[in-house]
Ligand binder design. Sequence first.
Ligand SMILES: [Zn+2]
Length: 452
Amino acid sequence: MSNYVFVIDQDKQPLNPVPPGLGRKMQTDQKAATFKKYPYTLILNHSVVAPRLKGLTLKLDPGSKFLGLSILDGNKVIWAAELEHRGWGIHEGLEKRSGYRRNRRSRKTGYRKNRGQFEFKPDGWLPPSLLHRVQTTMTWVNRLRKLAPIEFVKMELVKFDTQLMDNADIEGTQYQQGTLAGYTAREYLLEKWGRQCAYCSKSGVPLQVEHVHPKSKGGSNSIRNLCLACEKCNTRKGSKSVEEFLKNKPEALKRIQATLKPPLKDAAAVNATRWALYHALQDTGLPVSTATGARTKMNRAKQGLPKEHWIDAACVGDGGENLDIKTAQPLRIQAKGHGSRQMCKVYGTKKNGEPIRGLPYPTAPGMPKRRKDGTREAPKFRLHGSVESGDIIDVQIPNGKYKGIYKGVRVAVRGDGRIAIRPKGFSSKFDLTTASIYKVVQRKDGYAYSVQ
Ligand SMILES: [Zn+2]
């Protein structure tokens, strides 16, 4: 089963998404046509007055590398996607730029001064690579709102509620898997004890919840008396006091005592990027609710669902414990950026040390274009003005080794300005001529798409 199909009417008003079968029927009956390939959207050939819309919920699971997205109609998961952020690409790009600047400064070319590392950063400032996560997420929230009647947004904000946990007094049975208190306590302890055995510092082994001051000697159930230990240490410690158990390891004892008392800082459970995203979502005017990661984990485990970003998104918060999943093919979205804004591309140096700007290739200008208003536009590679890097096209190659029809392939640009594609099943790219392109399916929008 694949994602439901988005439907908009003639005036681009978003309507209820339909199952893929119904979408195909609407097309064969000529009631609708393809509006967008990614995400798949149909446009009706008429307007709909006062449609009866379902209030859909968009759920988000923001992670550091991936964003999970799910659209739910009640408990039905009707559309899902996974967005891969650009991540280190941004960091590397900025490093490269600062390298160029350093170089130009050292050549005394009258370049701008080094602002140094103490540059003024306004409140709420995020490093560009993190800000990018917030911005791409908002791009998709806004895009989806134009395609479907989304009325609620739900996101995972924190791993657990630290305030609540520090005062928690949890009975032994509640630590068992399956209860929210149990999941929350485990997540809290994992974070606090650095995901390793408190006594021997072993990581990557199953950890058990353990009373530091033994219960048999009056130790409390408060979370401040709990740590995580591997099975071996847990058994060996038994009902010994921690001082007795670690009498030959004074350093470990010191570390445990230091970790035990202070409450876990909020920063460990909430990250700045998620907060920034939460505020950005609130600015849309949609009602935004938040949930904890512990809740997501419990909802997923209770239903025996696999760990996937889009499934985690669907499991966020209440309503995530009883899902009816209607899709098995989430849309895979990869953030690719919008190319370089570098004004003069440099391709190498001549023998006399002079940089080579631009290429002998006539359609690949290496120098900026001057706009009518006098501003300059970064050079772009366009094949005779028709397609550029990132466009999705249909291609027909009439003869030769690569003879055939290729649909929905992404355009790539080679270093020398020639335009190439690599259709599914091919191990390398091959070049195109203008004649072989017969349809631009979707213009470059900064993302690459695939369906599992
Ligand atoms: Zn251990």
